[in-house]
Design a protein around this ligand. Sequence first.
Ligand SMILES: Cc1cc2nc3c(=O)[nH]c(=O)nc-3n(C[C@H](O)[C@H](O)[C@H](O)COP(=O)(O)O)c2cc1C
Length: 187
Amino acid sequence: MNKVLLCITGASGAIYGYRLLEVLSKEHRVDLVVSDSGRIVLREELSKDVSALAQMENVSVYENRDLTAPVASGSRLIEYRGVIVAPCSMSTLASVAKGINDNLIHRACEVALKERVPLVLLVREMPYSKVHISNMLEAQEAGAVIMPASPGFYHRPSTLQELVDFVVGKVLDALRIEHGLYRRWKA
Ligand SMILES: Cc1cc2nc3c(=O)[nH]c(=O)nc-3n(C[C@H](O)[C@H](O)[C@H](O)COP(=O)(O)O)c2cc1C
């Protein structure tokens, strides 16, 4: 079974991380790390606790302070199909861009960049400052795929779920993972 590392940080949009977990865990083993702020936003926006996510099939949860977890090591992370940070806060983006790591999420992102494991950052803030934009550029130039959590509307969504699935589908596209979450453009 393919493995994916999913990290949920404290930006708004916990629903993207949760939906990714639901979809990915059907056919992948998902290692999940949720930052302290990610836990707060999960509760605030979805009334969910990490303990409930840990009960899902094919999901293993690691503590963000646990720098001994397998995904902190390049020799293990290369076994993964990719690393996704969704949603990705500006704080975590900054750590990734600057190579600062004092938690497992930052460390796994750094390892993904050095080992060329695909890294997707689903960033969310509004508006962006110059600092945010230059951090995005730095992270992108270092090899990360920067995806703004902004859905398209050409598939004419009529529900929140369709909007979320559009963004989640785009994240899966970046890792070349097949899905049927949104209708592709047909000219
Ligand atoms: C309800 C709520 C919503 C937030 N939304 C955002 C956001 O959209 N983008 C962002 O960068 N930070 C947001 N924050 C602030 C981050 O949680 C904060 O910067 C935190 O330090 C991020 O840490 P982390 O990257 O380790 O999760 C939000 C915080 C709360 C409580």
